[in-house]
Ligand binder design. Structure first.
Ligand SMILES: NC(=O)CCC(=O)C(=O)O
Length: 257
C-alpha cells in the first residue's frame, strides 16, 4: 500500500488559498498512490476567533473539491481535519473520502486542546471508531487525542491496522509528539501514520516531523521541518506478523483492567 502525506504550511485564516494548495498537491501526486493524507485544520489553522466569518457550513466547499479529485484521480483521501460550522457550533472534523468520491467516515475531535484555546471556540465530538479504506481497517485521531492512549487501544481492539494521526503539533512540544507516536505503534502493534503541519499561527510554530511508524515501532519514513511530501510503501500484513511474535493482545488481563 503506497501512502502520501502532505506536511503542509497552512496559511492562517485563508481557506480558499489553502484549498488551492491542497488541490494542487493532490493533482500533482504521482500515479500509484493508494491513500493521500492531509494535516489538522488545514483550511484555517488556529484562527478560531475568525471562524464565523471565514468557513463554510459543514465544510461544503472543501468537500466538493476533494470528492471530485478523489473520483477523477481514483485516490483515497484521509482529508486531515478542517474547521466546520455545524448549526451554530464549530467543530474540528476529520473526513475520509474514498476513491469513488464518497465521504465514508467523519470524526469530530473529542479532546479539545486547552493550550490552543479549542474549548473556548469549538464543540467536541462524542463518538469515534474504525472505517474501511483500500481494503484495510483503519482509525483516525486528531493531534491532542494522541495523549489519550485509550483511544488508539480501542481502535486497535476494533481491528485497526493503520491509525492516522492528523496534527498541528507545536514545535515546542515536538519531543512529546515523537515519543507518543512511537509508543502508540509499539503498544498497539499497528502502523501509525502521522501527518503534521509546519508554519506558524498566532505565535505558535508547528513542528513538522510527519512520519510513518511500523507495527514494531520502526520509523519507516520521517519528514524534516519544512513543507514537504512524504511517500512510503507499507506492508499491511506486518501488523499480524508482529502480533504473533509478541502476543500482547493475548496477554492482556482484561479481568484486572
Ligand atoms: N492541535 C493540537 O491538538 C495540539 C496538541 C498539543 O499542542 C499538545 O498535545 O501538546
Amino acid at each position: 500500500m503506497k501512502l502520501a502525506l502532505y506536511q503542509m504550511a497552512v496559511i492562517p485564516g485563508e481557506p480558499a488559498k489553502n484549498l488551492k494548495k491542497v488541490t494542487n498537491w493532490l493533482n500533482q501526486l504521482p500515479e500509484g498512490i493508494d491513500i493521500a493524507a492531509l494535516p489538522e485544520m488545514w483550511n484555517t489553522s488556529y484562527t478560531l476567533d475568525m471562524l464565523n466569518e471565514i468557513i463554510d457550513d459543514e465544510g461544503h466547499r472543501e468537500l466538493r473539491a476533494l470528492k471530485e479529485i478523489a473520483r477523477l484521480r481514483n485516490l483515497n483521501i484521509v482529508a486531515g481535519s478542517i474547521a466546520v460550522k455545524s448549526g451554530e457550533k464549530f467543530r474540528n472534523r476529520a473526513i475520509i473520502i474514498d476513491c469513488n468520491g464518497q465521504v465514508i467516515y467523519h470524526y469530530d475531535k473529542v479532546h479539545l486542546v486547552p493550550m490552543l484555546d479549542e474549548p473556548l471556540f469549538l464543540e467536541s465530538g462524542d463518538h469515534f471508531g474504525t472505517f474501511e479504506l483500500a481494503d484495510s481497517k483503519m482509525g483516525i485521531i486528531i493531534c491532542y487525542d494522541l495523549r489519550f492512549p485509550e483511544m488508539t487501544r480501542k481502535l486497535a481492539l476494533e481491528g485497526a491496522e493503520i491509525i492516522y494521526v492528523v496534527a498541528e503539533w507545536p514545535h515546542v512540544r515536538i519531543d512529546h509528539f515523537l515519543a507518543l507516536l512511537k509508543a502508540r505503534a509499539i503498544e498497539n502493534q499497528c502502523y501509525i501514520v502521522a501527518c503534521n503541519a509546519v508554519g506558524e499561527c498566532g505565535g505558535t510554530v508547528f513542528g513538522g516531523r510527519s512520519m510513518v511508524i511500523d507495527p514494531s515501532g520502526e520509523v519507516a519514513v520521517e519528514a524534516a521541518v519544512s513543507e514537504e511530501t512524504v511517500v512510503v510503501e507499507i506492508d499491511i500484513e506486518e501488523s499480524e506478523v508482529i502480533r504473533q511474535a509478541i502476543p500482547v493482545f493475548e496477554s492482556r488481563r482484561t479481568d484486572l483492567y
